[in-house]
Design a protein around this ligand. Structure first.
Ligand SMILES: Cc1cc2nc3c(=O)[nH]c(=O)nc-3n(C[C@H](O)[C@H](O)[C@H](O)COP(=O)(O)O)c2cc1C
Length: 179
């Protein structure tokens, strides 16, 4: 199964990137997970949507060809980062590659609310984009106090209980895609 991950943080030592890398590593036997780079995508401009840059075309092509999408986002000012919204806006137009696409979400923060506000907002956006969203009940990957749960050396998630939960959610997502 081929999945792509879109990470809302561009930071080198990002916990959210670390979460995506953790999923990639733990499911390497059954999932081919590519973490897509969104930092160099141009700002979405409707004037360019029928003739976008090669980067945009490549990004859309990879999402279109994927069996599912994992979106992992930090919370910025009670919302999702602009860079992630920009990427979703590109995906939402012209060939609309997210329509009907299985999607799951998650996020990590050093704060205590585990990106909850960002997660609620991204669900609204994904509803507009007509994705097939993994039902959030029982599947909310909300990682709080990330600095205590990730390995500083490897950048990967290390806390056992959270790892188990993430594994379970990804397994449910794989089953959801196969349904
Ligand atoms: C511009 C900005 C706004 C932020 N706003 C929030 C916020 O609303 N809620 C929150 O929990 N953390 C907030 N944070 C802290 C981030 O959760 C923290 O920096 C986190 O590590 C970012 O994710 P990353 O490690 O993947 O880069 C904010 C950080 C920045 C830089």
């Amino acid at each position: 199964m081929k999945l792509v991950a879109i990470v809302g943080s561009l930071r080198k030592d990002s916990y959210n990137r670390g979460l995506a890398e953790t999923i990639k590593e733990r499911f390497v036997q059954n999932i081919e997970l590519e973490i897509l780079e969104i930092g160099q995508l141009p700002h979405y401009n409707q004037d360019d949507e029928f003739n976008p840059s090669e980067l945009v075309l490549e990004f859309k092509r990879k999402v279109k060809e994927a069996d599912g999408v994992i979106i992992i986002t930090p919370e910025f000012n009670w919302s999702i980062p602009g860079v992630l919204k920009n990427a979703l806006d590109w995906l939402s137009r012209v060939d609309k590659v997210l329509i009907g696409k299985p999607v799951m979400t998650g996020g990590a923060t050093m704060g205590i609310a585990g990106t909850l506000r960002a997660q609620l907002q991204i669900r609204e956006i994904l509803t507009a984009l007509q994705v097939k969203l993994l039902p959030p009940v029982g599947n909310e990957i909300l990682i709080s106090q990330a600095h205590t749960k990730f390995d500083e050396e490897t950048g990967l998630l290390k806390e056992e209980a959270t790892l188990k939960f993430v594994d379970d959610v990804v397994e449910r997502f794989v089953a959801f895609i196969k349904e």
